[in-house]
Design a protein around this ligand. Structure first.
Ligand SMILES: Nc1ncnc2c1ncn2[C@@H]1O[C@H](COP(=O)(O)OP(=O)(O)OP(=O)(O)O)[C@@H](O)[C@H]1O
Ligand SMILES: [Mg+2]
Length: 448
């Protein structure tokens, strides 16, 4: 049953909503103002909050900010009068997942509640299902022609059925996530979905509660107990991506967890125990970070029981034609096109290129070529010129994207590679910065 909290200062409205929504099968509680709502949230758990935005006392936006400060906060739908669409927009910016303008129809409200519910449960369980779906849709294939990759594949088959931690290192786009998936696929734990946490996209305070969970009241705005990902991953496999971004304090806790399987939720005093296999990956040089005191040496050794280092694509040029062929058939099927070959000069161009963005970049180039191609053979004109050459073209003005890339690079240099600081200066969140770095193939730039 979906649990709804209605926050509205008008008593008749509260009564009406409670009656109608209860009749439609929802569990409903009501609150007349922000303070009462926060009080209820402390004591109960809800899936969706319907929040009237104009209320006496604390206004809706500040109530919402308080609610949102709890990472496990329910999805919030803002209800607003006609005159306050701007406020609704502000609410969305502050994390509301939807809004409805009064007057609205009950049917409309119900649809919005269901949508908000789905949005809210995008939390762990649902995300798992999504990951699982994606995996089912596109069964991954591990293409290997070079000696290096063949050796890696043989190693994967050997170590997958064990429970040892695995540490994967490789430049951006070399296939770290694919390898984590492949290990999981051949492991005995593959009946439980692989759970991935990207340490680079979570803020420092959120990441611990995401991994280990938190108890109700653990911090000011922790209104509800939240299960950590390790609990959901019990008997399964946890993939810690971009492990170099994990804060030092949490590294100590992770080490303890790896040693004993024990952990505590944030704010908890009970030791909990689970059985999780950990696979970690990074594109950074962890030994350098250890030297700078930014990564724990003991944790590195604990993770590094099995080490997989994926060489950059330029060091295994043999893989380029097979990978290109693999992506060609995949995308031509996916895009319903009958492209089946590369022209002779295309393959030599692809083989000569240095691929700073590695396999991902190759995949993107081939996908674009399949889209552009009008015949059954990809010609040189379908291959977009690598940006490094393009930038050198005379007289051409830089594109907006090139300017953005340059600007981001400049700010990163200014902050000595510190992504948190850079994202603040740029006025974007860490996740957005991370995605942009990836898009521009700058994943490895920020080594320091
Ligand atoms: N050997 C391979 N065979 C088939 N596909 C591959 C191979 N290596 C990489 N890919 C594909 O290339 C893309 C990038 O790989 P992946 O996301 O695993 O890289 P990554 O190392 O995790 O990158 P990042 O550091 O940017 O997160 C994916 O679509 C992946 O399926
Ligand atoms: Mg990755």
């Amino acid at each position: 049953m979906i649990r709804v909290l209605v926050v509205d200062d008008e008593e008749p409205m509260r009564r009406l909503l409670k009656k109608e929504l209860t009749r439609k099968g929802f569990f409903v509680e009501v609150a007349g103002d922000g303070a009462a709502a926060l009080e209820l949230l402390r004591e109960n758990s809800f899936d969706v909050i319907l929040l009237d935005i104009v209320m006496p006392g604390m206004n809706g936006i500040s109530v919402m900010k308080k609610m949102k400060a709890d990472p496990a906060s329910p999805a919030i739908v803002v209800l607003t009068g006609k005159a306050t669409v701007e406020t609704a927009v502000e609410a969305m910016k502050n994390g509301a997942c939807d809004y409805l303008t009064k007057p609205y129809k009950l049917d409309e409200l119900i649809i919005v509640i269901h949508r908000a519910y789905d949005f809210g449960t995008l939390s762990i369980k649902n995300r798992l299902l999504q990951q699982e779906l994606i995996r089912k849709e596109s069964p991954f294939e591990f293409v290997s022609k070079s000696r290096q990759l063949k050796d890696i594949f043989a190693l994967i088959r050997k170590i997958a059925p064990t429970d040892s931690p695995v540490f994967i290192q490789g430049e951006s786009g070399t296939g770290k996530e694919l390898i984590a998936n492949t290990i999981w696929h051949y492991s005995r734990r593959n009946s439980i979905p692989l759970i991935a946490v990207n340490c680079a996209t979570l803020s420092e305070n959120l990441i611990e509660s995401e991994i280990f969970g938190h108890e109700k009241g653990a911090f000011t705005n922790a209104y509800q107990t939240k299960h950590g990902i390790v609990e959901v991953a019990d008997k399964g496999t946890l993939f810690l991506d971009e492990i170099a971004e994990m804060p030092m304090g949490l590294q100590a806790k992770l080490l303890r967890f790896l040693d004993s399987g024990e952990f505590r939720r944030v704010g908890g005093n009970k030791n909990l125990n689970v059985d999780v296999r950990v696979i970690a990956a990074t594109n950074k040089d962890l030994t350098a970070l250890i030297g700078e005191g930014r990564f724990r040496e003991d944790l590195f050794y604990r993770l590094n029981v099995i080490n997989i280092h994926i060489p950059p694509l330029r060091e295994r040029a043999e893989d380029i034609p097979v990978l290109a062929g693999y992506f060609l058939s995949r995308y031509s099927r996916k895009l319903s096109k009958a492209v089946s070959d590369f022209g002779p000069e295309v393959m030599s161009l692809l083989s000569a290129y240095q691929w700073p963005g590695n396999v991902r970049e190759l995949e993107n180039v081939v996908e674009r070529a399949v889209i552009l191609c009008d015949s059954d053979t990809i010609g040189i004109e379908d291959i977009s010129v690598p940006p490094q050459n393009k930038a050198g073209e005379k007289g051409s003005k830089p594109s907006l994207e090139e300017m953005e890339k340059e600007h981001i690079l400049g700010v990163l240099r200014q902050t000595g590679g510190n992504q948190s600081k850079a994202s603040q200066l740029l006025g974007i969140d860490r996740k957005t910065l991370y995605l942009k770095l990836k898009k521009y193939g700058l994943g490895d730039y920020v080594k320091k």
